[in-house]
Design a protein. Structure first.
Length: 132
């Protein structure tokens, strides 16, 4: 299964935010990270590493996943309708491997909604990096 995000700026800043806050997933509102305005900075070296990994992801997908018709899931679609995405993956899994799998009845993580433009002192600079 290949997961990608259409909004690369948000993906990058989400990654950097997770590195800074040490919070990747939240299941309880009390665990939401508290981030003050203009308290975070992204570094160019992090961006360069991120872009290198993005390039590697797409190269690997076209080399391995695309040829085998493996699912390519857009993150934004998953967030919008996770149950439908999971059903599609269950159907693919059955067709690919010939049996169903049982998922434990767990709640999905809560969405961590952050306005990166107000949290990052160099937000505009980061956006410019993506337009180079």
């Amino acid at each position: 299964i290949w997961l990608w995000r259409e909004d690369s700026v948000r993906q990058f800043l989400s990654h950097v935010t997770r590195l800074r806050t040490k919070v990747s997933h939240v299941y309880d509102n009390a665990d939401m990270p508290i981030i003050g305005d203009n308290t975070l900075v992204a570094h160019r070296s992090e961006f360069d590493r991120f872009m290198h990994r993005q390039k590697q992801f797409w190269e690997l997908y076209y080399e391995l996943g695309f040829k085998k018709n493996e699912p390519l899931i857009k993150f934004e679609d998953f967030v919008e309708d996770p149950k439908s995405m999971c059903k599609m993956l269950e159907d693919w899994f059955y067709m690919e491997f010939g049996f169903n799998f049982e998922l434990p009845d767990q709640s999905l993580p809560k969405r961590i909604d952050i306005d990166y433009a107000t949290k990052y002192t160099n937000y505009e600079e980061v956006v410019e990096w993506f337009n180079e």
